[in-house]
Design a protein around this ligand. Structure first.
Ligand code: PGA
Length: 254
């Protein structure tokens, strides 16, 4: 399908895959997706598998992403990983503000914005996640929540930095639940976010920005979601853990 912006489809492996399992998966993806040029492809393994996965994808069309980083470049932060450390493994992207981190690690918009600045300082492209909970949607607060998260998480970024930032709209109620937003709901939220970007930056930045949809994306629903004018890719959790299903999502999106 012809899209205004190049699709970007990323697999978020979350806390899954030993190194051996990660290698299996990425070898499978290489075989399945070697000829895909129409879509930017990203895999985000756990930190422990980045090194080995990076060696396997050196010569192919799959890029590497991390699932989180610390906002500072070094220091006394036990258990944390910096952007500089990710760069050692040719990591290009980093997921920031995933709803699981907002929920379990209590990450705030201000922290996510600090991380986004840290990522840009090291030339990593952040994938900044936003999305409402079911209670917020049912209370009619979706737009208010998205506005707060988008403004807060992108605070202080320049137009140039926004040009190197990906957004992911991930309604929390659709993540790992098997409940996908309808294509219409996704499109509506994406249009709203794009309008916000025009307001925060300018029309050109908004027109160029890529906004992924995430939340129970599967081979069976990928085509309809990706055919929406303002849906520019997917952030895939569960269905990215097997080469065949991730590859089918990609193939069904082209
Ligand atoms: P899911 O996860 O595809 O398993 O719903 C998406 C995500 O959390 O990025």
């Amino acid at each position: 399908m012809l899209k205004e912006r190049k699709l970007i489809i990323a697999g978020n492996w979350k806390m899954n895959k030993t190194v051996a399992e990660a290698l299996d998966l990425v070898h499978g993806l290489k075989l399945e997706l070697a000829n895909v040029k129409e879509v930017d492809l990203v895999v985000c393994p756990p930190f422990t598998a980045l090194s080995e996965v990076s060696k396997v994808i050196l010569d192919c069309n799959i890029r590497l992403g991390a699932q989180n980083m610390h906002e500072k470049n070094g220091g006394a932060y036990t258990g944390e990983i910096s952007a500089m450390m990710l760069k050692e493994f040719s990591v290009r992207y980093v997921i920031l503000g995933h709803s699981e981190r907002r929920q379990y690690q209590k990450e705030s918009d201000a922290l996510i914005s600090a991380k986004a600045h840290g990522a840009h300082a090291s030339s990593l492209k952040p994938i900044v996640c936003v999305g409402e909970t079911l209670a917020e949607r049912e209370a009619g607060q979706t737009e208010k929540v998205l506005e707060t998260q988008v403004r807060g998480s992108l605070a202080g970024l320049s137009k140039e930095q926004m040009g190197e930032t990906i957004l992911a709209y991930e309604p929390v109620w659709a993540i790992g639940t098997g409940k996908t937003a309808t294509a219409g709901q996704a499109q509506e939220a994406h249009v709203f976010i794009r309008r916000l970007l025009a307001d925060l930056f300018d029309e050109t930045v908004a027109r160029r920005a890529r906004i992924q949809y995430g939340g129970s994306v599967k081979p069976a629903n990928a085509r309809e979601l990706m055919s929406q004018a303002d849906v520019d890719g997917a952030l895939v959790g569960g269905a990215s853990l097997e080469a065949r299903s991730f590859a089918d999502i990609v193939k069904n999106s082209i």
